[in-house]
Design a protein around this ligand. Structure first.
Ligand SMILES: NC(=O)c1ccc[n+]([C@@H]2O[C@H](COP(=O)([O-])OP(=O)(O)OC[C@H]3O[C@@H](n4cnc5c(N)ncnc54)[C@H](O)[C@@H]3O)[C@@H](O)[C@H]2O)c1
Ligand SMILES: [Zn+2]
Ligand SMILES: [Zn+2]
Length: 351
């Protein structure tokens, strides 16, 4: 089968590789119908994620059809349409039982990281019963792909960790697919103002369409001053970091008001400066989180009801075989005006 393989920092290739097989009774093999590329895949290609070995098939998002279910899989049968969670959960270990499957002792974020991922014709999903979801009959497949990772990430690591309340002033730093997912799901809680900060005017324009009340281009280095002016010097109640660099975590620290919450989402490859000399007296809370994807069922219901419309995040479509082109588009997101790119594999002949 064809798969997108990581060959070390800066190097990737569409290779011919063996089709995966069931190894454990709890595995399922899924034939991918749609997958996508994440900002985290770009971090991997930069060399920011050392757990990814050379030869790894990338990708941790997608939907597909069960091709084979191991003898121990009870919830899914061959031919059923499934949503793949970016988090693999055994359902039994201490962390899974605590509702924190991101740190599952057997799973967690392993797809496209420590085991082969979804940017391929087929993928092996361990603990299929607790790591896949059935896709409702009438579901929009492109929208479903947004539920594998980015919507739960924006919601859990951003909105829930920041404890957004009605009337809050919320700033989101980073208007990529993850920041925009936080922007969409923050609105469940009716914040009074929603400020979005990015370097890319196109993404800021999209943020406005998605409900931002103010957008700020931070390329002049004055974003924090502008937020302080907007809030009469008080700062914001919530600052969500959705980029993963020191500069943006710095903005969050500058704009957070007394009693505020800084929720970090970004994957950081290098250290940041923590300004405790300023923050020690400010009663702030700083949170970090690897997405647990425990809110996927809730988010799936809001998507099916039409309350949440994540399809708006999809800007480009490619055939799975054109994934190298899709990486070029996603890697030049600003020039290409790209948010999420969807890669599609046509149904198998006869099925
Ligand atoms: N915590 C988790 O579990 C988790 C899960 C998924 C993704 N992530 C991380 O979330 C982050 C966002 O993901 P994404 O897919 O939206 O990425 P992305 O690269 O598409 O978006 C990042 C955005 O940040 C903007 N940006 C870059 N530098 C900036 C700066 N100095 N100031 C202001 N804006 C700046 C870019 O213009 C872009 O719009 C990434 O770090 C990704 O790895 C974390
Ligand atoms: Zn991701
Ligand atoms: Zn577990």
């Amino acid at each position: 089968m064809k798969a997108l393989v990581y060959h070390g920092p800066g190097k990737k290739q569409l290779d011919e590789v063996p089709k995966p097989v069931v190894r454990e009774a709890t595995d399922a093999i899924v034939r991918i119908t749609k997958t996508t590329i994440c900002g985290t895949d770009l971090h991997i290609l930069k060399g920011d994620v050392p757990t990814v070995a050379v030869g790894r098939i990338l990708g941790h998002e997608g939907i597909g059809i069960i091709d084979e279910a191991g003898a121990g899989v009870s919830r899914f049968r061959k031919g059923e349409r499934v949503l793949i969670s970016c988090i693999t959960a055994c359902g039994k270990c201490e962390y899974c039982r605590r509702g924190m499957p991101s740190h599952c002792e057997q799973g967690g974020w392993i797809l496209g990281n420590t085991i082969d991922g979804t940017q391929a014709e087929y993928v092996r999903i361990p603990y299929a019963d607790t790591s896949l979801y059935p896709v409702p009959e009438s579901a929009d497949e492109d929208a479903m792909v947004m539920l594998s990772d980015i919507l739960p990430t924006g919601y859990e690591c951003g909105v829930l960790n920041a404890a957004v309340k009605p009337g809050d002033t919320v700033a989101i730093v980073g208007a990529g697919p993850v920041g925009l997912s936080a922007l969409l799901t923050t609105q469940f809680y009716a914040p009074a103002s929603l400020i979005v900060i990015d370097l890319d005017d196109n993404r800021l324009e999209v943020a406005k369409q998605f409900g931002a009340t103010t957008v700020i281009n931070s390329s002049d280095g004055k974003a924090a001053d502008k937020v302080m002016a907007l809030t009469s010097g008080k700062g914001v109640d919530v600052a969500i970091e959705a980029v993963g660099v020191a500069a943006t975590f710095g903005i969050c620290q500058e704009i957070i008001g007394p009693g505020g919450h800084i929720a970090n989402i970004g994957v950081h490859g290098t250290s940041v400066t923590l300004h405790l000399e300023k923050l020690w007296s400010q009663n702030v809370t700083i949170t970090t989180r690897l997405v647990d994807a425990v809110t996927t069922p809730l988010l799936l219901k809001t998507v099916m009801s039409g309350r949440l419309k994540p399809r708006q995040l999809v800007t480009h479509h490619f055939a799975l075989g054109d994934i190298m082109k899709a990486y070029d588009t996603f890697g030049n997101a600003s020039r290409e005006r790209a948010l999420k790119v969807i890669l599609t594999q046509a149904p198998a002949a006869g099925g």
